[in-house]
Design a protein around this ligand. Structure first.
Ligand SMILES: [Zn+2]
Length: 215
């Protein structure tokens, strides 16, 4: 299955994204955050397209052939490959924020356990942690970083609507958890998005430890 690129979109631009996604996926897989072919990753290519992982591939061993082009409605462009089942959650980010370039979604054990633990509250309130400053726009540990936990569903429009409702209520959003599932976060570059993901993984692990130790 080969990827045909639309006129005006250079193969260099697409390959640079595909390589960056494959490299990030390899590193995140090595951390154990993408078990059993789960997780998905994307990068914006231009104002109308993104590169995204093809469904069901082992994220530790991605090559250029495992990344495909989609439009911002989530349709495959120039390929018969099937994009990730959760593509709509990626394109939602690119449609809402023109400056966002990368979306990372992983299923680590910490993310999964935290999502179950906080599902009833519907939100994790992070407060007093120095590492909150790793999230863009947060400058002090005294701020409150809210990470919503949305119910899991296989019906993506439902999740898209929950994300929209959170944002339309005027609340800041840098990431969200899905109950029993994993985390989504995004940023203006791969480095910023990796920083968000690593900081959130660390913060969630700290919250879990606190509960374990104060039981
Ligand atoms: Zn997932």
């Amino acid at each position: 299955m080969s990827q045909v690129l639309p006129k005006g979109l250079s193969s260099e631009a697409f390959h640079a994204r595909a390589d960056a996604i494959a490299q990030a996926a390899k590193e995140l897989a090595a951390l154990g955050w993408t078990p059993a072919t789960s997780s998905n990753f994307s990068m914006r290519v231009d104002e109308a397209h993104a590169a995204i992982t093809i469904s069901g591939r082992d994220k530790g061993h991605l090559g250029r052939d495992d990344i495909m082009l989609i439009d911002l409605d989530g349709h495959a462009v120039g390929t018969d490959a099937r994009p990730s089942a959760e593509t709509a959650l990626h394109t939602q980010v690119y449609r809402r924020w023109p400056e966002m370039q990368v979306v990372l979604h992983t299923h680590s054990r910490t993310q999964s356990v935290a999502s179950r633990l906080f599902a009833a509250q519907g939100v994790i309130r992070l407060e007093g942690w120095e590492l909150q400053k790793a999230i863009t726009g947060f400058h002090t540990h005294e701020s409150v970083l809210e990470i919503p936990v949305f119910p899991n569903t296989q019906h993506m429009p439902e999740l898209v609507a929950r994300v929209d409702a959170w944002l339309d209520a005027g609340k800041p959003l840098h990431a969200y958890l899905i109950d029993g599932h994993g985390i989504y976060t995004w940023g203006r570059s791969m480095a910023e998005t990796r920083r968000h993901l690593e900081a959130l993984e660390f913060l969630l692990a700290c919250e879990l430890d606190l509960r374990r130790l104060s039981a």
